[in-house]
Design a protein around this ligand. Sequence first.
Ligand code: ADP
Ligand code: MG
Length: 657
Amino acid sequence: MSEPIIALSGIRREYPSGEGTIAVLKDVDLSIEAGEMVAIVGASGSGKSTLMNILGCLDRPTSGSYRISGVETSALDVDALAALRREHFGFIFQRYHLLGELTALGNVEIPAIYAGVSPNARQERAEALLARLGMAERVGHRPGQLSGGQQQRVSIARALMNDGQVILADEPTGALDSHSGEEVLRILGELHAEGHTVIIVTHDMSIARRAQRIIEIRDGSIVADNRNTVEGEDGATSSPAIEEKPPSEIKTSRLRGFLSSFQEAFRMALLAMRAHKLRTFLTMLGIIIGIASVVSVVALGKGSQQRVLENISSLGTNTLEIFAGKDFGDVRSGKITTLVVSDADALASQPYVAAVTPTVSTSSTVRFGAKESNAMISGVSERYFVAKGTKLSEGRFFNASSVLEKTQEVVIDENTRKALFADLNESPVGKVILIGTVPARVVGVTKTQQGGFGSSQNLSLYLPYTTVQARFLGSLSLRSITVQVNDETSTALAEKAVTQLLTLRHGTKDFYILNTDDIRETITSTTQTMTLLVAAIAVISLVVGGIGVMNIMLVSVSERVSEIGVRMAVGARRSDILRQFLIEAVLVCLVGGLAGISVALGFGGLFSLFSSNFSLVYSTTSIVAAFVCSSLIGVVFGYLPARNASQLDPVAALSKG
Ligand code: ADP
Ligand code: MG
């Protein structure tokens, strides 16, 4: 005689209780042949469901041997048990356990998804099964739109989906009215007639009498096992049998199984996100803010750095500025009078120098008509404007002969124009203003230099330095000398040579030199450090966002415990469950990341609308990094909740329904 399809021997199931344990099943021996229809009866609490869960490989016995078609199950791992549930068993539960977010068709398809059946094949089969059970018109309905009897028929279709040999029904009519219950029993009878092994748990003897064999269980032990040959077959009335697919058609393919369960996980993630829109959005918000701030901060840093560097370039490349005084910020530098025009002349004759611009400065009141204001007076040479890259909005600069002749020509800036000539409708060029007591004719107006160091509310006037020396300072000393080094010489080398020359001329080092290359380097590294610092703070907000994702995913898992139980009961592997929740977390983070990037780009657009000074510079690297970063957050912070979900115990999960 061949092996029975189910063979239990010495099965014991204990639950921890207080100090010790209580045995719910005690040394159960039972064997069931393929094609039998068996009813398990007993009072409530006698251990029927516990036995059923062990039969269906949802639960493991504490001790004893359970063989399915001769294969010992105690040695199998969780995935092998999942495969048995998927391929050999179909479950029908008292409370249907359908997934509320899926249609009837979607619910019936689930076991086939985990078995790796192609979408077309599984849809066709699910439709055929539902049609056979009289549900052809209801395939698109959700469980909430179906009556109890209809829901139970959907769950029967699901149990049949993978063509499992054994149908396990735990109180299948317990929640149904007598008519629907009768219908369900008729279907089970038909399935038996078609060759399925059907095991029904019930506490109702009138239902049990439809089976060929009635097993009675009391306090965890089998107390009776009766064959009931007379009435056994009468439930099986004729009805069109389901066109059975040849087994090859629903064979599993590993790759396809992986792909379709990936697809399924993706679909479920979208459904879950849609079902909790506000919650999903709030979760995302953390990621959106985090990503948006990181991307914007980096772009701001880049933008301001670029801007500052542009300004430095307008100082001229290869430029040294020589100031009187011991060091930058020497308070007496204004009074040190050792830097003189002859120094500038000496420098001009050096082979490594391309151009020299002496500068002097003072401040004074300026007056035009009734308007009066304070202004910074810079005495410069005509080369100054070239070296600084100053642009005119009107008029002209003074020239070399103006410097020689100490003309009283003045170039004013935009601030001065606003302060003195606001009421004037015509151009200020050609007007004479009073600087202190010295009259000077306006020859040009400069454009505002944007975002530079000196972009302030100060009024700035530019006169020939000779004029300033003669008319305002009464001395020949200079505030600074700007030296443009020629292209062949490095600024560092030139700086050394200049230091040597001037130290020799003055007998001591009473000056200091600003090298624009140094400034550039300092500013580059400073803005980089600042950007890094602020970005680090923004990264903290990302981490906080990630913790938010983890928190919500944990909530989501605990809300969906019964869904997880159902999926496991129909054969989902642990990895399927893990993947589903991981994908959900990654999806939330990715969508949040994309939204964050768009927010950052939008912010940049808005920024450039309101500030012409500088724009945010987005690097592709930072955007790609943000994208990768948000998916990583999903994986890292989604892993714990997803793992928790995948390690749930199927029986415990189902009982939460
Ligand atoms: P039935 O389905 O026959 O009504 P069950 O198999 O569900 O009975 O339960 C049998 C006994 O096992 C009950 O007394 C129940 O309290 C106990 N039991 C079931 N599950 C657990 C569990 N997870 N922990 C502790 N006791 C349990
Ligand atoms: Mg029960």
